[in-house]
Write a new protein. Structure first.
Length: 428
């Protein structure tokens, strides 16, 4: 079992900052967190971080890897509102995805994430023309990269609901005891799910199988719940027995008063995606009503640090309380991650070694853990990992991915070209 260490870093270890710290790794776990000198004495093989900032591996709690080849493809159809964005871009794109484009979309998005220090991805997948086995394709890429993932298929009345349900349940069952890959039940959103479909999901969903759903991303989602006779989006989900503390609710922007009460009672996992929300002009999460949430990208790139910056800039800006942002980015993130993968989310002895050494040397050493937030927002450049470590293994170092094959980058570009031709052939 390999023993090695990292030295010479500014480390966030739990709730303390170690100015000249080191980490000892044995196999896939952290076995020592100490001063640099202490690690050098105990471990023969060490990597010098050169004063760089060292943090726990970043988690993207809501992603759409299938969208990663979309930049530059474009569409001539109008996208004047949220529904048109879905109908004229994303729903056209997910309809033409095939095995090859699913694989290389996942690989491209994961590369972007790893370069940004991401070691775990909660992915919400859709490929309406290629359902069965689609999650296993993404799993293959996650295992290739050596990072953890929580996967689901986007169940929607837009496609074959029976296939969607089967893909979710089969993947969940297969990975119940998997230490690195998990499955949950994917739902698109209230407004694309009929009462009949929700009833069926409620009956067929496996015991202790969490859901992952877009929730109140746009006003149309809330209005649909009202039209169906419910007091809100969460009221509808709760009425079908689909909510618990491991339910993953992306966005939560347009909610009713009744919904907020259910949030307080059930305490599900809320994921804010401010970068994407700003782009789609759908509004922002009400941080006065929702204090406990984590961050995702919603497919708007793979950098969660960028999502943090967007949260700061779209919120109180210079009047932000850094302790609130610290809680969101680090503490709540670790709490949620541990619901799926125990012994993760913090740099501490006994935990899995998911670590990012950012290519950023703080000019002033952070005096408190909370002050690291300012370094992330004002100092660090997103997608600037120096070293990314997942499960004790270096997967990215000084601009090089350690898991790529010779033609991977060429094949990503070929897949993007293919996807563009498929999209335009479909009327894009």
């Amino acid at each position: 079992m390999k023993r090695w260490g990292i030295t010479g870093g500014v480390i966030l270890a739990g709730d303390k900052v170690i100015p000249d710290g080191g980490i000892g790794i044995e196999g896939e776990r952290i076995v020592r967190v100490a001063s640099s000198s202490g690690i050098k004495k105990e471990f023969e093989e060490t990597v010098d971080a050169g004063g760089r900032l060292i943090l726990p591996g970043i988690v993207n709690f809501h992603h759409h890897l299938y969208s990663s080849l979309a930049p530059g493809i474009g569409t001539e159809s109008p996208m004047r509102n949220f529904r048109e964005i879905l109908e004229n871009l994303w729903w056209r794109l997910d309809r033409v995805l095939d095995e090859e484009t699913i694989y290389y979309s996942a690989l491209n998005g994961i590369l972007q994430g790893v370069k940004s220090g991401v070691t775990t991805i909660f992915d919400h997948h859709a490929s309406m023309g290629y359902v069965k086995g689609s999650l296993s394709i993404i799993e293959e890429v996650l295992k290739k990269a050596g990072i953890k993932g929580v996967l689901c298929f986007e169940t929607s009345d837009r496609g074959n609901v029976e296939e969607h349900i089967a893909e979710n349940i089969e993947f969940f069952e297969k990975h119940r005891d998997d230490r690195y890959i998990k499955g949950v039940f994917g739902l698109h959103a209230n407004f694309t799910l009929s009462e009949k479909t929700l009833d069926r999901i409620s009956k067929e969903r496996q015991e202790k199988m969490p859901i992952h759903i877009h929730c109140g991303e746009d006003r149309i989602d809330l209005e649909y719940a009202f039209e169906k006779g419910y007091r809100g989006i969460l009221h509808r989900l709760h009425s079908h027995g689909l909510l618990d503390e491991r339910s993953i609710l992306a966005h939560c922007i347009h909610l009713s008063e009744w919904d907020y009460r259910i949030l307080e009672d059930k305490k599900p996992i809320v994921v804010s995606n401010p970068h994407s929300n700003l782009n789609n002009r759908v509004g922002l999460i009400n941080r006065d009503r929702i204090k406990e949430f984590v961050l995702g990208t919603d497919g708007f790139g793979s950098s969660v640090v960028l999502s943090l910056k967007a949260l700061y800039l779209s919120g109180k800006g210079k009047d932000e309380d850094p302790s609130e942002l610290y809680n969101i980015f680090f503490k709540r993130s670790a709490q949620v991650l541990n619901k799926f993968f125990p012994d993760t989310g913090e740099i501490k002895e006994g935990n899995l070694a998911d670590i990012v050494v950012f290519d950023y040397i703080p000019a002033s050493i952070p005096e408190t853990p909370e002050s690291i937030i300012y370094h992330l927002i004002f100092g660090l450049i997103p997608e600037s990992s120096y070293i990314t470590i997942s499960n004790g293994r270096i997967i990215y170092r000084e601009g090089e991915f350690t898991f790529l094959n010779g033609n991977d980058m060429i094949n990503i570009r070929k897949a993007a070209k293919k996807l563009k031709s498929l999209l335009y052939r479909d009327g894009g």
